[in-house]
Design a protein around this ligand. Structure first.
Ligand SMILES: Nc1ncnc2c1ncn2[C@@H]1O[C@H](COP(=O)(O)OP(=O)(O)OP(=O)(O)O)[C@@H](O)[C@H]1O
Ligand SMILES: CC(C)(CO)[C@@H](O)C(=O)[O-]
Ligand code: BAL
Length: 281
């Protein structure tokens, strides 16, 4: 079993050599498993953090209801060869309280897409990730592409604040019908769960329409969502770094939609126009 540590002092004693970190909020599934597998060969010590971070939840969100499955999480970490599970208390992470703390400003990229729907979210995410980097001192940290804007912002933060951590992204792990795995999928009823498959189907339709250009991509993806009765919060095509999409280039198609209780996210790469046609040859 991994060594479970709760404080910064215990963490220091438990880690040595090069360190890889996989930050999570627990309720671990195969998506997290793939991050651990990816991270395992990258360093001598593999640390997984499990911390449901209050500052990234708005008051009306599901902080209290967020699934907590610590014993099962430990088993999963054990199976993935994790050395250390860092599961701090809120007091350990926020010794000066949740309001009085210094917070990381995510800048303009933090207020679009997810940030438009959750205005304080990325401030909380970047702050806790910066703290985790400071506590764990990883050489490398691994995050999922499922939360693409989060990954983009963490990469940017590591560069701009010269944190000396190599930020690595991993592909999204999906259920058999294409739905991106997510801890919040458990909030879906059986009929919502069936309907939710349309989100990844919409992305696939968007990719297929890539050779015909950006408008065709958005139209094809939007139609699949509409046919399933899903009204997306956003469905956008951007450049890989979340700027404007450029014809003839690789782009990113991102979607967020509420299906019943949870807000589901997904995204994928979409080659556009000439680029997509060339790849098809
Ligand atoms: N299906 C997935 N494939 C790959 N990585 C994933 C997947 N789901 C989550 N991750 C990654 O795991 C890390 C921890 O995420 P988190 O604990 O919030 O899980 P989650 O399933 O995304 O939960 P939530 O439902 O709250 O969004 C993040 O880097 C996230 O991008
Ligand atoms: C990166 C993270 C662990 C920070 O709390 C969280 O946002 C998540 O699980 O994606
Ligand atoms: N994986 C993103 C965490 C959140 O929604 O708070």
């Amino acid at each position: 079993m991994p060594t479970v540590v709760r404080t910064a002092a215990e963490l220091r004693a438990a880690t040595s050599g090069t360190v890889a970190l996989v930050p999570t909020m627990g309720a671990l599934h195969d998506g997290h498993g793939s991050l651990m597998e990816h991270a395992r060969p990258l360093a001598e010590t593999l640390v997984v953090s499990i911390f449901v971070n209050p500052t990234q939840f708005a008051p009306e969100e599901d902080l209290d209801a967020y699934p907590r499955t610590f014993e099962a999480d430990l088993e999963r970490c054990d199976a993935a060869g994790v050395d250390v599970v860092f599961a701090p208390t809120v007091e350990e992470m926020y010794p000066h309280g949740l309001d009085g703390a210094i917070m990381v400003d995510p800048g303009p990229l933090g207020s679009i897409l997810e940030g438009a729907a959750r205005p304080t979210h990325f401030r909380g995410v970047l702050t806790v990730v910066a703290k985790l980097f400071g506590l764990v001192r990883p050489d490398v940290a691994v995050f999922g592409e499922k939360d693409y804007q989060q990954l983009t912002l963490i990469r940017l933060m590591a560069q701009e604040l010269c944190l000396g951590v190599d930020v690595v992204g991993c592909p999204t792990v999906r259920e058999a019908d294409g739905l991106a795995m997510s801890s919040r999928n458990r909030y879906l009823t059986a009929s919502e769960r069936e309907r939710a498959a349309a989100i990844s189907a919409a992305l696939r339709a968007g990719v297929d329409a890539g050779p015909d250009g950006p408008e065709a991509v958005l139209h094809a993806a939007g139609k699949v969502l509409a046919d399933a009765g899903i009204d997306p919060d956003y469905l956008v095509l951007t450049s890989p770094d979340l700027g404007p999409a450029e014809a003839g280039r690789e782009s990113r198609l991102l979607v967020a939609a509420r299906v019943g209780r949870p807000r589901l996210l997904d995204n994928c790469a979409v080659p556009l126009g000439a680029d997509a046609k060339n790849r098809g040859k």
